[in-house]
Design a binder for this molecule. Structure first.
Ligand SMILES: Cc1cc2nc3c(=O)[nH]c(=O)nc-3n(C[C@H](O)[C@H](O)[C@H](O)COP(=O)(O)OP(=O)(O)OC[C@H]3O[C@@H](n4cnc5c(N)ncnc54)[C@H](O)[C@@H]3O)c2cc1C
Length: 330
């Protein structure tokens, strides 16, 4: 059942028509719990508030699988504007980008050029840029581009997904690179990725521990308290400095735990997605945790003070009447 729900939401996240249609609605249907807004300006107070609570942020201007050059260039401009604003407003904030938003599926050289322009501004503003890891079909090219960019820019890193069989081998090549370790959010073939939670979690721990003992800063990105607790023990046993790593979670997830980790003296960073292309991101979050569907249903059917909204009742009643009518006609 859980796997069916996962496949269903992953399927929706890849649906081009739904992704495009959702842009018209702004963040709605419960997505506003996980997507901070549609424009960066409006989110600055949220970032400031988190910074005041010792929480750093990484901003994701949502968008992926772009197939139009103008759209990719527009995304690049938006990211560059955001870098200037982060710098001018002195926010404790870095940026996460996706190569398919910047033209990877259009032309590799064009994508690299876009990322170089972003990195140039980020370097001038002293801001780190993280390249999110997407579906496996983009994996090798993402690592290849990262290595190429690292020859000119040191303010760039990427993500390793522990569901991939190759993850452990690949981190040995990335010892000098700041990495974020995640389980992996996409549906991948069993030829390249583990599918059982136990195997993915085991690999997460192996990789995170190797990185913690290594020489470069690592972001441990998970909401899984079992993993966090085991790593906390490991960190203490090996007397690893709290400046050598940070925990990361997504905006709107396990907020109490985010604050608790800060209280315990750990570095913490919240990943904040924003923008009009929220649909694919939101569907992947529902795929990971179908319980989030409860929030969505609550938002559709109930007002903030827990009263049933009238509109869905009217639509539901109309749909039911229609169904009964059609059955009667048969
Ligand atoms: C900061 C950040 C950046 C990411 N970047 C990428 C990326 O670039 N590429 C990519 O493929 N993926 C990325 N991901 C997504 C990641 O790969 C996982 O899909 C996602 O984090 C879910 O896995 P999990 O580690 O949180 O644990 P899960 O396996 O989803 O959860 C494990 C357990 O933790 C508990 N739990 C989890 N969430 C909650 C909750 N909300 N409330 C209560 N209990 C909960 C439950 O007990 C659950 O069984 C990112 C995730 C984060 C946090």
């Amino acid at each position: 059942m859980a796997s069916l729900a996962k496949d269903f939401f992953i399927g929706l996240s890849n649906n081009d028509f739904l992704n495009k249609s959702a842009r018209k609605f702004g963040t709605r249907f419960g997505a506003e719990r996980f997507v901070a807004g549609t424009v960066f300006d409006a989110i600055i107070p949220t970032i400031r508030e988190l910074n005041q609570k010792q929480i750093a942020c990484t901003m994701d201007h949502l968008g992926e699988f772009v197939t139009d050059r103008q759209e990719a260039e527009h995304a690049k401009e938006k990211i560059i504007d955001m870098l200037h604003q982060i710098h001018n407003e002195k926010l404790d904030c870095h940026v996460s980008i996706k190569l398919t938003q910047l033209g990877l599926d259009i032309e590799e050289a064009f994508c690299i050029q876009n990322v170089e322009q972003i990195l140039e501004v980020a370097h001038a503003c002293d801001i780190f840029v993280n390249i999110d890891m997407e579906k496996y079909i983009h994996y090798d090219r993402t690592l290849k581009i990262l290595k190429l960019l690292r020859k000119s820019y040191l303010n760039v890193g990427t993500v390793i997904q522990t569901y991939l069989y190759d993850a452990e081998k690949d981190i040995s090549d990335l010892e000098d690179v700041r990495l974020r370790i995640v389980k992996g959010a996409y549906k991948e073939d069993s030829a390249v990725a583990y599918s059982s939670k136990a195997a993915i979690d085991k690999n997460f721990l192996v990789i995170a521990k190797k990185r913690l003992l290594g020489k470069t800063f690592t972001s441990i990105a998970t909401h899984d308290h079992h993993i966090i607790n085991e790593l906390k023990k490991f960190i203490e046993e090996h007397q690893i400095s709290k400046d050598h790593f940070e925990f990361q979670m997504l905006y709107g997830f396990r907020v109490d735990m985010q604050h608790q980790l800060v209280k315990e003296g750990y570095k913490f960073c919240t990943y904040i997605p924003f923008g009009e292309d929220w649909f694919g991101y939101f569907m992947r979050r529902l795929a990971e945790r179908p319980q989030n569907l409860n929030l969505l249903i609550k938002d559709i059917f109930y007002t903030e003070d827990n009263k049933l909204k009238k509109q869905p009742i009217i639509i539901g009643a109309a749909a039911l009447t229609m169904l009964l009518y059609l059955r009667k006609r048969k």
